[in-house]
Design a protein around this ligand. Structure first.
Ligand SMILES: *Cc1c(COP(=O)(O)O)cnc(C)c1O
Length: 419
């Protein structure tokens, strides 16, 4: 690199940084260090440096064999993370929401009946999508904070003698409430009722962070995105189709073009996409799966569990409750924390952003203003988590809640030093 290009290069970096200041409406150079703060939103997550670098690559021909060397290991890596021997994996330039659409449109027909539980904002949005696609949606209404009720799924499936229900939908980890549902139990209801419906699982905020077993649990379509467990920027919808889900392709008539997995599959056979792939993100995905698999999935899950337990110890020390109604439902990737009656939980999130430059998640839908969320998934350590707990504590004290500075931090420290 000669001096001139080097100067241009630094100029470019400077402009990018200045842009961030401008977005935040701050004097240029004023808070440079604050950009170092981790985020505590339940996706997008913090990114490991190595993945940021993996995503940033020069343009390469996306119809070359070189691209195949990125694509195929990424697909194989996802398959291993899903714990599947038989799934076909497809990755679209999109987000988790596009994964929902991929599942529905490739396997169902207008008017088909689907059975789905609603216990938070994400299951709600998937239901809305099913309705907009002209599906007949039978909703199992479940109070927010509770898990999806396998017993209700079972009753309804057992009563459906003529097998009108074509697919059963479940959100594994409801990110709005911090509730994990028992997918193995829901899958078992299909077996018990001897029902042929397919099982689609939204694993957007669980896959790659919490135990997920596509084959063992009999999941027909598993859905996720790049910006949660895979620790990448948003931009990819990631889906796994079981052989049974692949067979449903033959009869599905819902309109699909961009998300047609037949076109995608044909592309893959030639180291290509039916259109232009997000090459950098795919390279990141390849690297992310390598990272997760080399850490060992069980270790990744144990790390998330340990970190989550520290957050829960802090919540307990604050005298606050989680939105999740019982400990078997506690999510290891996000905690939705209820604030006292009459207090606007969203003010914690706003204050944390304004005063400390730290991001927490707001309450969504029914629990808006009632909970704030600490996301604890992806690239995170005990030490980073302690900083988030300390910040939440400062905010709550600043805003007049009856909480003692250090109470939650101490509880989490005790947990992290002993586990
Ligand atoms: C984040 C999330 C989604 C939506 O994913 P996008 O990537 O924002 O489209 C869907 N379901 C769950 C459970 C999520 O956490």
């Amino acid at each position: 690199m000669n001096l001139c290009t080097l100067k241009r290069f630094f100029k470019k970096i400077e402009t990018l940084e200045n842009n961030l200041y401008r977005i935040r409406n701050l004097p240029i150079g004023s808070i440079a260090m604050n950009f170092q703060n981790p985020v505590f939103i339940p996706g997008p997550t913090n990114m490991p440096e190595v993945l940021r670098k993996a995503v940033d690559m020069p343009t390469l021909d996306h119809r070359s064999s070189l691209f195949g060397e990125i694509l195929h290991p990424a697909l194989a890596g996802v398959k291993a993370v899903l714990k599947s021997k038989t799934a076909e994996v497809f990755v679209f330039p999109s987000t988790g929401t596009g994964g929902w659409e991929t599942a529905i449109t490739n396997t169902l027909c207008a008017g088909d009946k689907v059975l789905v539980g609603r216990n938070g904002m994400f299951s709600h949005r998937w239901i809305d999508m099913c309705e907009r696609h002209g599906l007949e949606v039978q909703v199992i209404e479940t109070p927010w904070g509770e898990g999806l009720p396998a017993a209700r799924y079972e009753e309804i499936l057992a009563a459906d003698k003529s097998h009108q229900i074509k697919a059963v939908l479940a959100t594994h980890n409801e990110t709005a409430t911090g509730v994990v549902s028992d997918i193995a139990a829901i899958s078992q209801t299909l077996k018990t009722a001897n029902h042929p419906a397919l099982l689609y699982v939204d694993g957007v905020s669980s896959i790659g962070s919490m135990d997920f077993r596509m084959d063992e649990w009999g999941v027909d379509i598993a859905i996720t995105g790049s910006q949660k467990g895979f620790m990448l920027p948003a931009g990819l919808a990631i889906v796994g189709f079981s052989p049974k889900a692949m067979a449903a392709l033959e009869t599905a008539t819902l309109p699909r073009t961009f998300f047609d997995i037949r076109d995608m599959g044909k592309g893959y056979a030639n180291n290509a996409y039916p259109y232009t792939p997000a090459v950098g993100l795919l390279n990141g995905l390849k690297m992310a799966t390598e990272m997760l698999l080399s850490e060992g999935l069980e270790n990744v899950f144990a790390r998330h569990h340990r970190i989550a337990c520290g957050v829960r110890a802090a919540v307990d020390a604050w005298g606050l409750q989680l939105c999740a109604v019982s400990s078997d439902l506690y999510s290891d990737t996000v905690s939705a924390i209820c604030t006292p009656e009459g207090f606007n939980a969203t003010s914690i999130v706003t204050h944390a952003a304004d005063k400390y430059d730290v991001a927490f998640g707001v309450g969504l839908g029914e629990v808006a203003g009632k909970v704030f969320r600490i996301g604890h998934l992806g690239s995170l350590t005990d030490v980073m988590t302690l900083s988030g707990i300390a910040t939440a504590e400062m905010c709550m004290v600043d805003l007049g809640l009856d909480i003692k500075l250090g109470a939650g931090v101490t509880a989490a420290q005790e947990h992290y030093r002993t586990v």
